[in-house]
Design a protein around this ligand. Structure first.
Ligand code: C2O
Ligand code: CU
Length: 471
C-alpha cells in the first residue's frame, strides 16, 4: 500500500479544501458568508390514485434553475422542477407506482436507495437499460419497511446527483413515536463558481476524497432557520445526499437521541454528541428543544478525519434553530426502545471484499479486490442464503459501503464484536480507513445487486461490484 499523502498535499488540493471550508482561495472562494433564510420543507408529491394503499405519482427529470448564490442562477437538473425532488409519503405495505419521464439531455434511471425492491425495479445498470431522453418508464413495487429512503439516478451518479437529482421517500410504520414536529433534513453540498455555475472539471485531486462543495445545503437552501418551541419533542429525519462530504453534526448544548437509521428504528436508541453521516446514510434523531424565547443555536458541520489529512477543516454552519416566543411544553420524554429486529446469525466470514485506491500510470483508480468495476468479478450466491462478509478497507481514507436490495447487520469491527444494543439494519456503512468490518446479510431476493462506495467519484472510478443471486 503506497501512501499518497505527497500527492494529496498538492497546492490544488489544499486550495480546494480551504475553499470548501469557507476559506479564501480556490473556485468560488469569495462566495461570502450566507445569511439565514426561512426553513424550507420538501414539497410533497401528488398522489393521483384514490386507493389509500397505492401511492401513484408522476416524476419528470428535467432542467430547472436554483438560486444557490444570492442573485445568481444555477442551472440544475431536477425531479419535477425542485431540488430536492418531491417528497414521497407512504405507509408500510403501500404500493408505489412512479410514472417516470426523462426530459434530460442525457440518459438516466431511478435507484430507490434502501428500498427492498424487486431486482427489475432497482434502477442499477446491471438490471436496467438507461432511459433515453423523451422516454418513460414505470417503477412499481411494494414498500416493505418503515424508514426514510431516497431516490437518485444510477447513471453518471457523480454528475447527476450533484446537479440536483435526488428525492426522499418517507415510509411510516404502524407505531411511530410521538413528536411535536417532524422534519426531513436533506444534507448536501455543491461546488460552485462565483457566477453560480457548477465547477464541472473534477480532477483526480478532487475525486480522491470525493467532491466536496463550497456551499452547504439543507433541503436545497443554505443556512435555513428553523423555529421551534421550548420543550417540544423534535424529530429530525436526516439523509446525506452529498457526493463526497461526510457531515459530522453537532448542536451546542444538545445530544442527538438516535432512534433509527437506514432500515428504520433501532431497538435501543442512544445519545450522541456528534452525529456522523456519510453519503447515502440516514439517521432518525429526536431532541427536546430548550431555551428562552429567541434563544438560537447553530447546527454545525464539525471536522472529522476521514483520511488524507482531513479533519482540520474549520466547522461550518448548517442551520439555525431558534426558540419561538411561546410558553414551553412540559414533560416530553424521548422514546427509550423500539421493537426488536431479527438478529442475523454470526459466523466466520465466507467472503472478503478489499477496498483500496491506487494511482496507476498517474491515474486515480478505486478498487474492489484489486480490480475496477466492471472488471470486479461478481459474487455468486443463491436466493435465501446468508453470507458473512469481511469488508476490508486497506485505503488511507474511509469509504461508505452501500449494498443494493438488502439490509445488513454489523457483527464486528476489527475483530471486536458489536454490543447487542448496537443492532441495526443498515444499507450504507462507513468503513473506516485501515479497518475490517464484518457484516451479515440474507440474500433473499434473486437478481443482480450492486454494491459500491457511496462517494460517487469513487463508485464512478471503479469501486463497485455486483452480487448475483440466482433463484
Ligand atoms: Cu444510493 Cu447504488 O446507490
Ligand atoms: Cu470511497
Amino acid at each position: 500500500m503506497q501512501s499518497r499523502r505527497g500527492r494529496m498535499s498538492s497546492p490544488v488540493v489544499a486550495a480546494l479544501l480551504i475553499a470548501a471550508s469557507g476559506g479564501c482561495s480556490g473556485p468560488g472562494s469569495d462566495l461570502g458568508a450566507p445569511e439565514p433564510v426561512p426553513w424550507v420543507d420538501l414539497a410533497p408529491a401528488t398522489d393521483v390514485n384514490p386507493d389509500p394503499n397505492i401511492v401513484e405519482i408522476d416524476i419528470e427529470a428535467r432542467a430547472a434553475e436554483k438560486a444557490y448564490l444570492p442573485g445568481k442562477t444555477t442551472a440544475v437538473w431536477s425531479y419535477n422542477g425542485t431540488v430536492p425532488g418531491p417528497l414521497i409519503d407512504a405507509k408500510v405495505g403501500d404500493t408505489l407506482i412512479v410514472h417516470f419521464k426523462n426530459s434530460l439531455p442525457d440518459v438516466t434511471t431511478i435507484h430507490w436507495h434502501g428500498v427492498r425492491v424487486p431486482n427489475a425495479m432497482d434502477g442499477a445498470m446491471a438490471v436496467q437499460t438507461p432511459i433515453k431522453q423523451g422516454e418513460t418508464f414505470t417503477y412499481q413495487f411494494q414498500l416493505e419497511d418503515a424508514g426514510l429512503f431516497w431516490f437518485h439516478p444510477h447513471v453518471a451518479e457523480d454528475v447527476q446527483i450533484q446537479r440536483g437529482l435526488y428525492g426522499v421517500i418517507r415510509v411510516r410504520g404502524p407505531s411511530e413515536p410521538t413528536a411535536d414536529d417532524e422534519r426531513i433534513v436533506v444534507l448536501d453540498d455543491v461546488l460552485l463558481n462565483k457566477d453560480g455555475s457548477f465547477v464541472d472539471v473534477i480532477d483526480d485531486d478532487i475525486a480522491m476524497l470525493g467532491r466536496e462543495g463550497n456551499v452547504l445545503l439543507i433541503n436545497g437552501v443554505t443556512l435555513p432557520r428553523l423555529e421551534w418551541r421550548a420543550g417540544a419533542a423534535e424529530r429530525l429525519r436526516i439523509v446525506n445526499v452529498a457526493n463526497g462530504r461526510f457531515f459530522n453534526l453537532a448542536l451546542d448544548g444538545y445530544t442527538f437521541h438516535v432512534i433509527g437509521t437506514d432500515g428504520g428504528f433501532i431497538p435501543k436508541p442512544y445519545d450522541t454528541e456528534k452525529l456522523l453521516i456519510a453519503p447515502g446514510e440516514r439517521y432518525d434523531v429526536m431532541l427536546v428543544a430548550k431555551g428562552e424565547p429567541g434563544a438560537e443555536v447553530t447546527l454545525m458541520d464539525e471536522p472529522y478525519d476521514r483520511g488524507h489529512d482531513t479533519g482540520k477543516a474549520p466547522p461550518m454552519a448548517l442551520a439555525k434553530l431558534r426558540v419561538r416566543d411561546e410558553a414551553p411544553i412540559e414533560g416530553r420524554i424521548l422514546p427509550g426502545s423500539f421493537a426488536a429486529i431479527e438478529r442475523l446469525p454470526g459466523a466466520p466470514a465466507d467472503t472478503t471484499l478489499v477496498f483500496d485506491e491506487k494511482f496507476v500510470n498517474g491515474k486515480l483508480e478505486f478498487w474492489v479486490n484489486g480490480k475496477m468495476f466492471p472488471d470486479v468479478p461478481p459474487l455468486d450466491t443463491i436466493t435465501g442464503s446468508l453470507h458473512v462478509l469481511d469488508l476490508q478497507n486497506d485505503a488511507q481514507m474511509d469509504h461508505p459501503f452501500h449494498l443494493h436490495g438488502f439490509f445488513f447487520q454489523v457483527l464486528e469491527k476489527d475483530g471486536v464484536a458489536l454490543p447487542d444494543n448496537a443492532l441495526a439494519n443498515k444499507d450504507t456503512l462507513i468503513l473506516p480507513q485501515k479497518s475490517t468490518t464484518r457484516v451479515v446479510a440474507r440474500f433473499d431476493r434473486p437478481g443482480k445487486w450492486m454494491y459500491h462506495c457511496h462517494i460517487l467519484e469513487h463508485a464512478e472510478r471503479g469501486m463497485m461490484g455486483e452480487i448475483d443471486v440466482s433463484p
